[in-house]
Design a protein around this ligand. Structure first.
Ligand code: IMP
Length: 449
């Protein structure tokens, strides 16, 4: 049985939540390797929207082990709120969640520092989620971060919190922001220790053991390739490696444990927050996609900027991640369009570029090159059988496949899990489709409906 990584190919919000939920029954373990509660993985169950920010969406299935790796930054308060939300839905979490002892904590001062930093950036602000993600990773790389495992040693915890609060208060005082009391933070941490201590383990060691037992893993990415700290559109990125390389560093597994990387790409492009976006559509056409695609951030509610599909960026994402198989999501949002543009490349200072540029100042100045095709002008919404898809839509899919040099193996035509077309012959190589069964009912949702 293969282990697969599910990775976003754009600026996040490609529909990874639905795909992960759909594929989970074929795996034993779902493991997250980076990011934090900045992510919003949306899953629709019987018309009810469930948004998970930190806990892998595999938790909606019975007996799937859900792992939060060392590459994730954990806000314990957000984690406990999510556990409560799941328990209200009648989902038992205690035996199914493990958090790495090496994951970094997000503590209250991180969001305060982030708010100040964004304010100082002025019109160059990144437009972060202000969840304290960046500042927690800053502490990690500055080697002053506090790990979840530190909660288990009160002396170590105390000394680290005191040092951190001292440092943060210097900055906060300078900007006349409320200061923090080390004792208060320590008290809060001890409360977390009593509630999340039971979830903490050595994840690398656990995964090695599970792989040895023949268990299969779905590695769940958050955000998307173009938000990767190293390979994205820096500085308008998140603070972790959202690309497939992050699986190894973020969970402590070796590269040979990733058998396939599945890329998720939306049939158009969206972006939340600031930063260059070459194929962005201004005016009413962009607004149409935003409205029809319900493009509002799952974490912050902010409207997402919308644009045409950008195969130049997708080809780059395929290369960086090692993607040969793609899941195309939300093409039904384009159903009514007379014409559809497909971004195929960029020119910069009158020459065509060979490679996707990651310098923001270059990306801000590129001119996108397009291929324009006629729209299919038929509803493909909620189609489940590939034979019902219009020829002209399949032509559009073929153009994209050729441009990005990867094949489309699944198409999502609606929010619910059954609104999916599987190209089974293209999937057998990496997944046992017989195992893709329905998700078990979620008690809280059945009662409500
Ligand atoms: P941060 O991750 O909160 O530091 O935000 C950095 C950038 O990544 C901002 O532009 C955010 O809007 C964006 N971002 C972070 N998480 C997500 C996500 O899950 N989907 C889409 N954009 C995201």
């Amino acid at each position: 049985m293969s282990n697969i990584a599910v990775v976003g190919m754009q600026w996040g919000d490609e529909g990874k939540g639905k795909v992960t939920d759909l594929l989970t029954p074929a795996f034993d373990i779902v493991a997250r390797y980076q990011g934090g509660n900045n992510a919003g993985h949306t899953v629709f169950v019987k018309g009810k929207k469930i948004v998970l920010h930190l806990i892998p969406s595999g938790i909606l299935h019975e007996n799937k082990l859900c792992i939060i790796g060392n590459g994730v930054v954990v806000n314990p308060r957000a984690f406990l709120e999510e556990v409560e939300q799941l328990e209200r839905l009648g989902i038992k979490v205690d035996n199914n969640i493990v958090i790495s002892k090496n994951a970094q904590l997000i503590l209250p001062y991180h969001s305060s520092i982030e708010e100040i930093t964004e304010k100082i950036r002025g019109d160059k602000k990144i437009g972060t989620t202000c969840k304290g993600i960046g500042p927690s990773y800053v502490d990690k790389t500055a080697r002053q971060g506090i790990k979840t495992g530190d909660l288990l040693n009160e002396d170590v915890l105390r000394s680290k919190v005191e040092q951190n609060v001292k440092l943060k208060n210097i900055i906060l005082a300078h900007f006349q922001s409320p200061l923090f009391e080390a004792e208060e933070i320590i008290k809060e941490c001890l409360y977390y220790r009593d509630r999340i201590g039971k979830y903490l383990q050595d994840v690398s060691c656990l995964l090695e053991k599970k792989i040895g037992e023949g268990k299969s893993i779905l590695f769940e990415g958050a955000q998307g390739t173009l938000l990767d700290i190293d390979h994205g559109t820096y500085p308008y990125v998140t603070s972790s490696n959202s690309t497939s390389g992050g699986v190894c560093t973020g969970l402590g597994v070796s590269p040979d444990k990733i058998d396939h990387v599945i890329g998720i790409a939306k049939a158009y492009t969206t972006r939340v927050g600031s930063g260059p976006f070459p194929t962005e559509i201004s005016g009413s056409a962009g607004k149409h996609l935003q409205k029809k695609g319900d493009e509002f951030g799952a974490t912050t509610g902010r409207p997402r900027r919308c644009g045409w599909i950008d195969t130049f960026a997708l080809k780059y994402a395929a290369r960086i991640n090692g993607i040969k198989k793609v899941v195309l999501t939300k093409p039904d949002v384009l159903d009514e369009l007379e014409e559809i543009k497909i971004g195929i490349g960029y020119s910069y200072k009158d020459s065509s570029l060979d490679c996707f540029p990651t310098e923001s100042w270059v990306l801000e100045d590129v001119k996108p090159e397009y291929k324009t095709i006629k729209g299919w002008k038929k509803s493909i919404h909620r189609i489940k059988d590939g034979r019902s898809l219009p020829e002209s839509f399949l032509d559009y899919v073929k153009i994209i496949e050729d441009l990005i040099q990867a094949e489309v193996v699944m198409i999502s035509t609606g929010a619910e899990r059954e609104d999916t077309v599987f190209f089974k012959d293209k999937m057998n190589e990496f997944i046992d489709l017989n195992k893709i069964t329905d998700r078990p009912d979620i008690p809280g949702i059945n009662n409500a409906s």
